[in-house]
Design a protein around this ligand. Structure first.
Ligand code: ZN
Length: 219
C-alpha cells in the first residue's frame, strides 16, 4: 500500500508508514484541556493502520464514548532521519497536508486518570484522517494557517507562529527518539478549539491557500 493508492492526489509513491504525533504543541490548546505546557514535546505514535483518507466517512463508536476532532498540519517524510538537525529534518519533508487526529476523549481521560497508556484512545483503526498532500519544497513551514469549520462554523483557527516548537524543531526532536523512515507522517499538534463530533457533522479544513479538504461524520 502506498500513498498514491490511498490518497490518489499525492506527489508520492512512498509506502504508508507510521504516524508520529505531538501533544500540546500549541499553548492555548494545552490550557483548554487543563494540561501543563510540557518542557519537551509529548510524543505518541499511530500505526499505519490508523490512516484513512478524509473522503472515508468518520464513523462514530458510541459504545467507546465521545470522539473528538483535532485538526493538524501533517508533513510527509521521504528520507531516513536519525538524530537529524533541523536543516536535515526540513530537507526530508517532501509533502505537507492536513490531518484529523481523532481521539476517543472519554476513554483517553479514563486511561490518563489511571496512569495507563493511551493507545486505544489515539491509535485505533481510522484515527488518522489525511488530506492529499502538496509538495513541500515551495512551502514556508513557518508561515501556515490552519482552519477547521464544522457545519459552517469556524472552530479551529491556528497558525504555525503559535507553535511551541516549529515543524523543523519538532521533526528533529522526534528523530532523537524514533527513526523516521520514508513514508512516515508527522502530525504537528492541534490549536485550541477541539471538541466532540456528532453524526451528520460536515467538516471543512483549509491549509493557507494550499489545500481544502472536507470530511463527514456518520454513525
Ligand atoms: Zn493531536
Amino acid at each position: 500500500m502506498n500513498y498514491q493508492h490511498i490518497l490518489n492526489a499525492l506527489p508520492s509513491d512512498l509506502p504508508v508508514g507510521k504516524v508520529v504525533c505531538v501533544g500540546r504543541n500549541y499553548a492555548e490548546h494545552a490550557r483548554e484541556l487543563n494540561n501543563p505546557v510540557p518542557d519537551e514535546p509529548l510524543l505518541f505514535i499511530k500505526p499505519s493502520t490508523a490512516i484513512q483518507t478524509m473522503q472515508t466517512p468518520i464513523k462514530l463508536t458510541p459504545q467507546r464514548g465521545g470522539l473528538h476532532y483535532e485538526a493538524e498540519i501533517a508533513v510527509l517524510i521521504n528520507q531516513t532521519l536519525t538524530h537529524a538537525s533541523e536543516a536535515e529534518a526540513l530537507a526530508a519533508i517532501s509533502g505537507v497536508g492536513l490531518a484529523l487526529d481523532l481521539t476517543l476523549r472519554d476513554l483517553q481521560s479514563k486511561l490518563k486518570d489511571k496512569g495507563l497508556p493511551w493507545e486505544k484512545a489515539k491509535a485505533f483503526d481510522g484515527s488518522c484522517c489525511l488530506s492529499p498532500f502538496v509538495p513541500a519544497d515551495t512551502v514556508d513551514l513557518t508561515q501556515l494557517s490552519l482552519k477547521l469549520w464544522i457545519n459552517g462554523e469556524l472552530r479551529q483557527d491556528g497558525h504555525t507562529d503559535q507553535m511551541l516548537r516549529s515543524v523543523a524543531a519538532l521533526v528533529s526532536h522526534i528523530s532523537e527518539w524514533f527513526t523516521l523512515q520514508p513514508g512516515d507522517v508527522v502530525l504537528t499538534g492541534t490549536p485550541a478549539g477541539v471538541g466532540e463530533l456528532y453524526a451528520g457533522d460536515q467538516l471543512k479544513l483549509q491549509l493557507s491557500d494550499l489545500i481544502e479538504a472536507s470530511a463527514e461524520v456518520v454513525v
